[in-house]
Design a protein around this ligand. Structure first.
Ligand code: SIN
Ligand code: FE2
Length: 210
């Protein structure tokens, strides 16, 4: 059966759980994410072409997604501190198993912070070894204008992702093109100092790392 998000975007396999996290769950998760950030501070990555991202990033879990002049990849340590990424918060692991039903836990969680005019261009998530596992995305803080369209090109649709919303790229939508056009500054007071946090949970290493 199609979910409402599938009807809204016309993309089979795109799943959307608006308000999946109640306000108290959002503050609980935020505290765990701020503890991650205290150990693994945000840094500003560069594209392989040498342009700085407008979002700042960090990661938690065994592997973290990084970008620099060497390209896009997953690695087990923070590129600035050289330390291993902090453990993935228990609340994120529970959300993954509860919503995706996957037996295997995620091994990577990218944490993006959008402030002001930060955005993310249309792209596909394809740096993972196993492209059959879903990508689960959690939004905290200011509302984002999210854009998504089919993997092979064609029209995109936009959808607002508010604090506590969760969505997933699964099955035929796993390689959907997606990005963030902008965030609506001032739409939430949740994140200290303002902005939007996006947590993207993935299985990066396929079956090679557990
Ligand atoms: C991403 O695709 O890496 C981030 C998407 C988002 O911020 O919602
Ligand atoms: Fe992405």
């Amino acid at each position: 059966m199609e979910t409402s998000a599938e009807l809204e975007t016309g993309l089979e396999g795109f799943r959307y759980w608006p308000g999946a996290l109640a306000p108290s769950d959002q503050t609980g998760l935020l505290d765990q994410v701020l503890a991650v950030v205290a150990q693994a501070p945000f840094y500003r990555p560069e594209t392989p072409g040498g342009r700085p991202f407008s979002v700042v990033m960090t990661n938690c879990g065994p592997l973290g997604w990084v970008s620099d002049r060497g390209g896009y990849r997953y690695q087990p340590h923070h590129p600035v501190t050289g330390l291993p990424w902090p453990a993935m918060p228990a609340r994120l692991l529970a959300l993954w198993s509860g919503l995706t039903g996957e037996a295997e836990p995620p091994d990577a969680c990218l944490v993006n912070l959008y402030r002001g005019a930060a955005r993310m261009g249309l792209h596909q998530d394809r740096d993972e070894a196993d492209l059959t596992a879903p990508v689960l995305s959690v939004s905290l803080g200011e509302t984002a204008v999210f854009r998504i369209g089919p993997a092979g090109g064609g029209p995109t649709r936009s959808l607002r992702l508010a604090s506590g919303d969760v969505c997933a790229l699964t099955g035929p939508a796993r390689l959907a093109r997606h990005g963030i056009d902008r965030v609506i500054v001032g739409s939430s007071q949740l994140v200290p100092g303002g902005g939007r946090l996006n947590l993207t949970l993935r299985r990066a290493a396929g079956f090679r790392v557990s």
